[in-house]
Design a protein around this ligand. Structure first.
Ligand SMILES: [Zn+2]
Ligand SMILES: [Zn+2]
Length: 224
């Protein structure tokens, strides 16, 4: 495919825009007055998964405490992390924590409680979309994880979709992978603790809620 055609397709797909202010590849940085913090990020440019989780903490090494970072993005896991370098998500978190932020960062990052971070990191976020056993009925659910914007997911014709993360038809931006809402539902199938976040909805109420969320431009993909 030529570069021109690829650019046209990207424009047509409304590729999410990045934030040029975020530097990449800096060494692990220290956050002042903070021992530990937890964050989530949604839809950075070229995201391989719908959401990433970021953790900052201090680790005692001899007499000093050393700053440590982790992010669930492939760049961090495969490259930056082993070299003790910041990926763009860690860097964006550091900017947010230092109030050196931008509308892009404010839109895409959120502080999590420790409890919710560990609940989310146990979910299969970014894993391929699950297929339920043959004959599983159509489902429509609202997934509300702590105080975040609810996610509206459905299982229709043997396929999971999320209207909150996936785009107008619920699929495009998932790229075949589980967003936190679908991942939360998957997890609830074998861990009762996650059932508290999942609420089955009647079709008409579900449709109204999806339309309302889109009208209020509260979906993750409308933040691009
Ligand atoms: Zn990252
Ligand atoms: Zn979702």
């Amino acid at each position: 495919m030529s570069a021109l055609v690829r650019r046209l397709i990207d424009r047509w797909r409304k590729t999410p825009q990045g934030e040029p202010k975020i530097k990449k590849g800096l060494p692990f940085t220290r956050l002042k007055h903070t021992e530990e913090m937890f964050f989530e990020t949604e839809f950075f440019k070229y995201n391989a998964k719908p959401q990433y989780l970021i953790h900052y903490w201090l680790e005692q090494q001899g007499l000093t405490k050393t700053p440590k970072w982790s992010c669930t993005c492939p760049d961090f896991v495969n490259r930056k992390g082993p070299q003790h370098k910041m990926c763009k998500h860690c860097q964006a978190v550091a900017m947010l924590a230092r109030a050196n932020t931008s509308p892009f960062i404010a839109k895409h990052l959120r502080v999590l409680t420790k409890d919710i971070y560990y609940k989310m990191i146990a979910m299969p976020i970014g894993q391929p979309l699950p297929i339920l056993p043959n004959g599983a009925p159509t489902k429509r659910l609202r997934i509300t994880i702590a105080d975040s914007e609810p996610g509206y997911i459905a299982y229709i014709s043997r396929r999971f979709i999320c209207y909150t993360c996936g785009g107008p038809a619920g699929v495009q931006y998932l790229k075949g992978r589980q967003c936190k809402h679908i991942a939360c539902y998957s997890k609830s199938l074998n861990d009762d603790d996650y059932k508290q976040y999942c609420h089955i909805m009647p079709t008409n109420m579900f449709r109204t809620a999806v339309q309302q969320q889109q009208r209020n431009t509260k979906t993750a993909w409308q933040r691009f």
